[in-house]
Write a protein that binds this ligand. Structure first.
Ligand SMILES: NC(=O)c1ccc[n+]([C@@H]2O[C@H](COP(=O)([O-])OP(=O)(O)OC[C@H]3O[C@@H](n4cnc5c(N)ncnc54)[C@H](O)[C@@H]3O)[C@@H](O)[C@H]2O)c1
Length: 289
């Protein structure tokens, strides 16, 4: 539906860093005008200024996706700057880590507000416009963690499962009306996602173990994570092909299949990553149900 991106307008949340910044850069290279929304005012100003100096048609709008009126203001600013909107990327997200039994109500609220309601606010603010024009594409950034589960990032997993679910339902509703929906489920991409506490402003205490839990995750993401441009390339392909599922890593569907095999067999959760690496006993093999 959206095979020609040249001259179109994209709105990206979480655009000042990582995957959202890579979306912005790739869209600009396709000849699009881009409205960049982010809560990090300094990074947003820096990146928007850098891109503008290089000739890009971008606008930075300070946005907090937790606040529906802020997301509506992002939409209104996009319309007043560029007159129309074609692609909306609900991408801003945060990823604290730690045992679920140590997770406080304030932790839950922050992550659900950004990762779930942030996407929902984007759907509410931009969806009616795209449906009315009978054209457009919504990209929701979920995660591989929205298809499988992990210990120590349980809150994040829960929110990303919600993004997958809401995106599938959204596709069913708006695709027949001419609006595409893609659900991006990245595995490790080398960004600042495991430094999300920089985006937290509710004054809550950081869990004492959080740094220790995040340290190895940061090491893995830095050592093995794909460049963010890989996620942007996959998303542009998906928009052009009108494809719902977007993966950065070939093994992700296999991990999802391993989880679904547990569900079909009615057995306790296997570690899908152990199955992926092979040679490790699954719960079925071990007879542990
Ligand atoms: N990097 C990975 O390995 C990976 C894997 C799976 C999914 N994701 C998802 O990709 C998305 C982008 O994350 P990233 O990896 O680029 O991390 P990142 O930390 O580099 O970028 C996230 C951006 O979101 C912004 N943000 C945070 N809270 C916000 C709020 N309330 N309102 C507006 N903006 C806010 C941050 O300022 C930052 O610019 C997230 O949804 C993340 O969960 C990342």
């Amino acid at each position: 539906m959206m095979d020609n991106l040249d001259g179109r307008v994209a709105v990206v949340t979480g655009a000042a860093s990582g995957i959202g910044l890579a979306f912005t850069e790739r869209f600009v290279s396709e000849g699009m005008r881009v409205v960049m929304g982010d809560i990090d005012e300094a990074a947003l100003a820096r990146e928007a200024t850098r891109l503008e100096a290089a000739g890009a048609d971008v606008v930075g709008v300070l946005t907090d996706v937790r606040d529906p009126s802020s997301v509506e203001a992002l939409r209104d600013q996009a319309l007043s700057s560029f007159g129309s909107i074609h692609v909306v990327c609900n991408n801003a997200g945060v990823a604290p880590a730690g045992p679920m039994v140590e997770t406080t109500p304030a932790d839950w609220r922050w992550v659900v507000d950004v990762n779930v309601l942030g996407v929902a606010h984007g759907v509410s603010a931009f969806g009616p416009l795209l449906v009315e024009q009978g054209e457009g594409h919504i990209v929701n950034t979920a995660s591989e963690a929205g298809l499988v589960t992990n210990d120590f990032i349980g809150v994040y997993c829960a929110t990303k499962h919600a993004v997958v679910g809401l995106s599938e339902s959204l596709w069913r509703e708006v695709h027949p009306q001419g609006v595409g929906v893609s659900c991006l489920c990245p595995s490790f991409v080398n960004t600042r996602i495991f430094e999300s506490q920089r985006n937290r402003d509710d004054g809550a205490d950081i869990r004492p173990n959080e740094a220790a839990v995040l340290a190895p995750l940061r090491e893995v993401i830095e050592a093995t994570g794909l460049p963010p441009s890989a996620a942007a390339d996959a998303v542009v392909d998906a928009i052009r092909a009108d494809r719902f599922w977007v993966f950065t890593h070939e093994f992700t569907p296999g991990l999802a299949a391993a989880r679904h095999a547990d569900i079909e067999a009615g057995r306790n959760p296997t570690d899908p990553y152990a199955v992926l690496l092979g040679g490790l006993e699954t719960t079925e093999d071990s007879g542990d149900t």
